[in-house]
Write a new protein. Structure first.
Length: 410
């Protein structure tokens, strides 16, 4: 199975770029021979270059921080995407040259929906599989719905600029999906959003979860929480559609547990959204805001915690859920968080999105279980679910199955 990979520059740091690195590292063992066309020349990719079955074809983006075009978040987001697209167009020409010599079975475009090739170029390509991690239509919907929250946190010019960018990207993505042979969605809930928002035939959409690094995120010794303070942790961008307001409200709802429960809020703003002002209303008797953390710091924090909270209103996957489960943490999450799908409900308590009452009830339920001496059993179950669902080799095999289906159909 010859695969031409396109997408953002992979990274071993964290987030979606780390998902890309894990997928690329695991695909060869699942039967794929991969040429990775990468816009960027970071030395962080050297480990990928050593993976048998992965060849890096790289093109610099000619974009840098601390220039006039990257002096603020909005400019950086806009110009960075343009620079990456220009580099990818140069890479497409190199792909077509390679395709003429030895044809690929599929082009696998990870993370982004907008295509870097023209219609004329597309006719020369093998079947195209697009694997988005988010879509502009979903972001736009929640930007509209949360306009009152955003008004409390962000100036008018920022909100208008973001609305304009999301509207334009939604239009471009609706056009781009027309020439795609198949899609991979990291969850069924996101697949439904894609199908509805971009009018995609459901038969073209395959669901494959994201991988999680099971070595970086692993359980520590089981703490005795029968008498100690129970540690709840909310790890997220403090931004649009992440349910920040629910976490703030929860901190007041559980005021009766002050001294027995601590809620740690961890994360930074997003590039185009900043809801940190909402955290001024956290109940200090129960909750603290601790800012951002590195991936290695997060791994240590998961091991020292008891429960992860993820109440997002729109979340195609949620890597934090997979990372927490891999670390042995039970999770409380909304039913719109993709990573909860298929997870044993004892390890992942799911509540109706937006319902503060249901959120509180689920949190109190898992606190009672931890207090009742079930911490060890929950830790083992959470870890086994992460291994079953999110191990990189499991995900890679599913992706290769999709590639096979699409290449045969093409």
């Amino acid at each position: 199975m010859r695969v031409a990979w396109f997408g953002p520059e992979p990274s071993f740091g964290g987030g979606v770029p780390y998902v890309a690195a894990q997928i690329l590292s695991a695909l060869p063992a699942a039967g794929a021979d991969v040429d990775a066309y990468v816009a960027g020349v970071s030395r962080d990719l050297e480990p990928l270059g050593a993976v048998a079955g992965v060849r890096l074809i790289r093109e610099p983006t000619r974009w840098h921080w601390d220039r006039w075009y990257s002096r603020n978040a909005f400019l950086a987001l806009s110009t960075g995407q343009v620079a990456r697209l220009q580099a990818q167009r140069r890479l497409v020409r190199r792909l077509l040259e390679a395709q003429a010599r030895t044809p690929y079975d599929v082009v696998y475009q990870f993370s982004q929906i907008e295509s870097p090739w023209s219609n004329a170029m597309a006719r020369q390509l093998p079947p195209v599989v697009v694997h988005p991690e988010v879509h502009a239509a979903g972001e736009l919907r929640w930007h509209r719905r949360e306009k009152n929250l955003a008004r409390r946190c962000e100036p008018l010019h920022t909100r208008m600029a973001v609305r304009a960018v999301l509207t334009a990207r939604t239009f471009l993505q609706r056009r781009s999906v027309r020439g795609v042979d198949a899609f991979v969605a990291p969850s069924a809930v996101f697949a439904r959003d894609l199908e509805s928002d971009y009018r995609i035939d459901p038969s073209r959409v395959h669901v494959v979860p994201n991988p999680v690094d099971l070595d970086r995120f692993s359980p520590g010794p089981t703490p005795d929480r029968t008498h100690d303070v129970i540690e709840l942790v909310y790890v997220s961008r403090i931004a649009l559609r992440k349910g920040v307001e629910l976490v703030v409200a929860l901190s007041h709802r559980i005021d009766d547990l002050a001294g027995a429960v601590r809620l740690r809020v961890v994360g930074d703003k997003a590039m185009f959204s900043d809801y940190r002002a909402l955290l001024d209303d956290l109940n200090p008797a129960v909750a603290t805001y601790e800012g951002g953390r590195s991936q290695l710091e997060l791994a240590d924090m998961y091991r020292a915690s008891d429960v992860l909270l993820q109440p997002s209103h729109y979340e195609p996957f949620a890597l934090t859920v997979g990372e927490a489960l891999a670390s042995g943490l039970p999770v409380v999450a909304s039913d719109l968080v993709g990573a909860t799908e298929g997870v044993d409900q004892r390890a992942c308590r799911v509540f109706e999105s937006g319902s503060l009452d249901a959120f509180e009830a689920a949190v109190r339920g898992v606190i009672d279980d931890v207090r009742g001496g079930q911490r060890g059993a929950l830790r083992d179950l959470a870890r086994s679910e992460a291994e079953r669902l999110f191990a990189p080799h499991v995900v890679a095999r599913q992706l290769v199955d999709v590639f096979t289906i699409v290449s045969v159909a093409g």
